[in-house]
Design a protein around this ligand. Sequence first.
Ligand SMILES: Cc1cc2nc3c(=O)[nH]c(=O)nc-3n(C[C@H](O)[C@H](O)[C@H](O)COP(=O)(O)OP(=O)(O)OC[C@H]3O[C@@H](n4cnc5c(N)ncnc54)[C@H](O)[C@@H]3O)c2cc1C
Length: 503
Amino acid sequence: MTLAEPEAKAAPKSAQAAEHFDVLIVGAGISGVGGAYHMTQQRPQDSFVVLEAKESFGGTWITHKYPGIRSDSDLYTFGYRFKPWTGTPIATAEEILTYMGEVIEENDLARHIRYGHEIVSASWSSADKLWTLQVLRKSDNAQLTFTTGFLWMCQGYYRHGQGYTPDWPGMSDFTGRIVHPQTWPEDLDYKGKRVIVIGSGATAATLAPNIAGDTEHVTLLQRSPTYFIPGRNANDLADTLRDLEIDEAWIHEIVRRRILKDQDAFTQRCLDEPETVTQELVGAAKLILGPDYDVAKHFTPSYRPWRQRIAFIPDGDLFMGIRSGKVSVETDEIERFTAGGILLKSGKELEADIIVTATGFDLAVLGDIDFTIDGAPLDFSKSVTYRGMMFTGVPNMVWVFGYFRASWTLRADLVADFVARLRDHMEKVGARQVEVALRPEDEGMELGPWIDPENFNPGYLMRGMHLLPQRGSKPEWQHTQDYWSERKEIPQIDLSGAEFRYS
Ligand SMILES: Cc1cc2nc3c(=O)[nH]c(=O)nc-3n(C[C@H](O)[C@H](O)[C@H](O)COP(=O)(O)OP(=O)(O)OC[C@H]3O[C@@H](n4cnc5c(N)ncnc54)[C@H](O)[C@@H]3O)c2cc1C
């Protein structure tokens, strides 16, 4: 563009000189902010930057703004291992953001994070051993170029812009408002209104009791039931230790260990004695809902416990909402939307002013970034994963994909240690490139989808599985989802093993 040319308003500004960082972290959610902390602690010699598309940190916890938004796992384990959690185990999004804000402030991380920077493309050059990223700076629509020797993908796993809504017949006939919790309108007035919440996961279970008090009535409409664990939003051990004036750092570590041990035992029981666990979970619902409530129909799933995430419902708020009469549950299928609500397959019609589709996420692989490797487009689904962190054919990149059955951040911390060790090792052997590759003994290894649907099968994964890398039959070629073995294995990984290729 010459100086004389007027600049088109929405057009990207001309490219500027590339900025280089040793490590580039994608995303400032809980994983990316954790990654930044670990860089300062474990690799202070590296330059690094965090690029975040949104205007602030938090990822999941700023995207979701629906009433009552909270964690469904405890913050002793969802919090970082290095920063004690001092609040109630289940936390609101606001509390999580405050905690993350403290991590940023206490560790002077803000200077490393650039907000409003959306990474559009990333291309790897084996000749230069560099990633080159095209980035849109939203404040002035400038197109920037960054280069980096190492990409640390902390972009999460779903599209933040909008959630997943199935295409039901007659949706356009409905005269009320249809909203998705992921894009909750600030102006949504549900006072005195009849609301249908479609869904059976943690979001639907959180939302329904939280808005019920203001509405005329909330109907939770689910195709099939889910397991919930009702319980007090408190941790007795933490409270006792606090009462004894034990140091918060100690409390954090002790309570984490207790929770993790209990979760391990629970997961094992779900595998060993699923019927007993089912009876216990269903029994807990029955206890609150009373003998006349049809728990068999509404709260007894057909799958065994832990095949989908089990949401903890603090103080049993969903069940209390049902007991109060403000919330009711329909377990049925949608025939079609009507002008006044939803017609069910059973023939029953539900009336509504507002319909909330708590129907989940859209899986986004690699942050919707256009990836090329030496000029060729990357087909991520063709690659095989090394422990759910690295991928064959994709050099100098690590992705943080957390756990389903344990808190995500446990893995974010473990992966951070791995990245630091890998960078140390590369430095030691004088390598600028690292790639994983199947070894001769892996020849002919059976490959399958990213996650075994027999093991874990939530809708967003089932819908997007074909986009994700493959897993092998050996544990090192899978994301095993097993924190309890990974916490020992990941720190022990032999970085000079034949699966790592350095150059
Ligand atoms: C409502 C809800 C509740 C949940 N509760 C729990 C829970 O209690 N416990 C648990 O373990 N897990 C929970 N999860 C799963 C949760 O997503 C993760 O635990 C965790 O927050 C993910 O963190 P993350 O930093 O890896 O990714 P995200 O939180 O998804 O953050 C990724 C960030 O990367 C940015 N980004 C993506 N692509 C680009 C790009 N191209 N350029 C620049 N920036 C980009 C995004 O803007 C975003 O800020 C929950 C998820 C949801 C949706």
